[in-house]
Design a protein around this ligand. Structure first.
Ligand code: SF4
Ligand code: SF4
Length: 503
């Protein structure tokens, strides 16, 4: 990594000395408070290649997501406006909020558990911000403007034909990709058909949808063209929580300071048969470790830090420094993994990192309990969830023969993938149900609304409000009980029964 300002404003610190002055500086902010633009050197190596393949898979999945359907439902839909949430084709209705809440809590505990074990592994390998930034926007930048030094030169040069052409090409591609991301993002919120409708209708007929898409496009362009690593350093809540989620047993991209210190340049070391050794040229030099202080690990870092200072909040575990250092170790004939995935304690105690620490076991226990409750409630939720509410603002109707009726609104939410023919029965008191629509078949993963009329005879009324219980049946099987009230006249208001008309 190189920066606009004279390299970085952080010092290189030996972690063994426990000096932590580097924590007083932010690598992307200069001493006078301005942005220190990061020019990371183009990474290469085994892990970078692996990350590239993983990112293709994830990008393909992300862009294809809105078009993948399971039993007619999208793979993922987070429509907060219509309160419809679909996860892997399963629809969660507003009545399922408790399930959604439990799933979210379980997910948060899972993140805590995952982070306690593997630190910010997710950030480097699967976070959309990193994937878009490092695997799409940054690669376009390298392809058009060249590596870090060429980019720096281009930015410092006056505007000429080359600069104009390169900048226009780069930013045009950035805008096109931002447009694609914004449309995909919208499709995850409101659904692909609605997004298609907005696109086909044009800005005049769909001004709100058009403006929303343009705002998201501008936001994504701003993030990937300018804000960049600042998202991970200052805006991302997950990043900010790192300091409380990880401990000395968390596995993260770590510099093996026991092996690497004291660092010394190649020129300060003796060579034996052309191979760089850890023997100082000067007899009075301090003992040497494997780090040749070449700063390749710093030059490739997209957040501008020196991993040799120890695990830091800014490290997104992108592994670029591992690849860079491995390449250096190969060149000087030393074992790889001077920087590797390991834990601080494993480095100090010269052992493999421990995964199942007491803290991890505790998190795992809480997660297992919560997730088991979620699975139980999810599996046992009624197949067709029914809500019956009295029509608002309507009282009872009085009918001949001391009979009374109330209107109800019945909503049936089919949570299975099959169509269901449901029936309603009045468990108590004795009475009749009349369907005002003929639809009792509820298509899979959809809701159907129907109006019903309930008739009770005056003898069955217990006052102005009579408690009733409905049973919802499917295939002759009771799947839900529902209680509600029937409004009738008070005893004193009840008139003498009107004789039924003679035929
Ligand atoms: S220090 Fe962290 S963010 Fe920087 S290159 Fe290494 S893994 Fe990536
Ligand atoms: S790349 Fe490796 S050898 Fe070079 S400075 Fe970083 S840790 Fe030391």
């Amino acid at each position: 990594m190189s920066t606009d300002k004279n390299q970085t404003n952080q010092k290189t610190i030996n972690p063994i000395t426990e000096e932590e002055h580097y924590r007083d500086f932010v690598s992307t902010i200069t001493n006078d408070g301005k942005r220190n633009w990061i020019y990371p050197k183009k990474p290469s190596g085994r892990l970078y290649n692996l990350r590239t393949y993983v990112s293709w898979l994830l990008l393909g999945f992300l862009f294809a997501g809105p078009f993948i359907t399971i039993n007619g439902n999208p793979l993922l839909l987070m429509n907060i406006f219509e309160r419809t949430f679909v996860v892997f084709g399963v629809v969660f209705w507003p009545q399922d909020f408790y399930l959604f809440f439990l799933a979210m809590i379980s997910f948060i505990i899972f993140i805590v558990l995952f982070t306690a074990i593997w630190g910010r592994l997710f950030c480097g390998w699967a976070c959309p911000q990193t994937i878009f930034m490092e695997m799409l926007f940054r690669k376009i930048e390298y392809a058009i403007e060249g590596d870090a030094n060429q980019q720096k030169r281009l930015n410092a040069s006056p505007l000429n034909r080359e600069k104009f052409f390169k900048k226009t090409a780069k930013h045009s591609l950035f805008i096109i990709i931002s447009l694609a991301i914004a449309h995909t993002f919208m499709a995850y919120i409101i659904g692909k058909d609605e997004v298609l409708e907005i696109v086909m209708a044009g800005p005049a007929q769909q001004p709100v949808g058009f403006i929303a898409t343009m705002v998201f496009t501008a936001l994504f362009y701003g993030v990937f063209a300018r804000f960049r690593e600042q998202v991970c350093l200052v805006a991302c809540p997950y990043g900010r929580f790192q300091s409380v989620l990880v401990d000395n047993d968390s596995i993260a991209v770590t510099y093996d300071f026991e092996r690497g210190e004291g660092r010394a340049k190649v020129g300060e070391r003796k060579k034996v048969d052309g191979v760089v050794t850890n023997i100082p040229k000067k007899a009075d030099s301090a003992p040497m470790g494997d780090c040749i202080d070449c700063a390749q690990c710093v030059k490739v870092c997209p957040t501008g830090i020196d991993i040799r200072n120890g695990i830091q909040l800014e490290c997104i575990n992108c592994t670029a420094c591992i690849d860079a250092c491995n390449e250096v170790m190969d060149k000087i004939g030393k074992p790889r993994e001077l920087i590797t995935y390991t834990s601080y304690n494993a480095v100090v105690e010269k052992r493999e990192p421990k995964v199942f620490t007491t803290r991890v076991k505790a998190y795992l226990g809480v997660f297992t309990i919560l997730f088991s409750i979620f699975i139980y409630l999810f599996v046992t939720r009624p197949e067709v969830y029914t809500v019956i509410l009295r029509e608002p603002g309507m009282l009872y109707n009085e009918l001949p023969g001391d009979r009374y009726s109330n209107f109800y609104n019945a909503k049936f939410f089919n949570k299975t993938f099959q169509d269901k023919d449901v029936t309603l029965q009045l468990h108590y008191p004795e009475g009749e149900i009349l369907w005002l629509g003929n639809q009792t078949s509820v298509p899979g993963q959809q809701q159907v609304e129907n109006r019903i009329m309930v008739f009770l005879s005056g003898d069955n009324l217990t006052g102005t409000q009579t408690r009733m219980e409905f049973g919802v049946y499917y295939d002759g099987r009771l799947i839900q009980r529902l209680q509600t009230n029937f409004i009738g006249p008070s005893e004193s208001m009840r008139q003498a029964p009107v004789p039924a008309p003679q035929p």
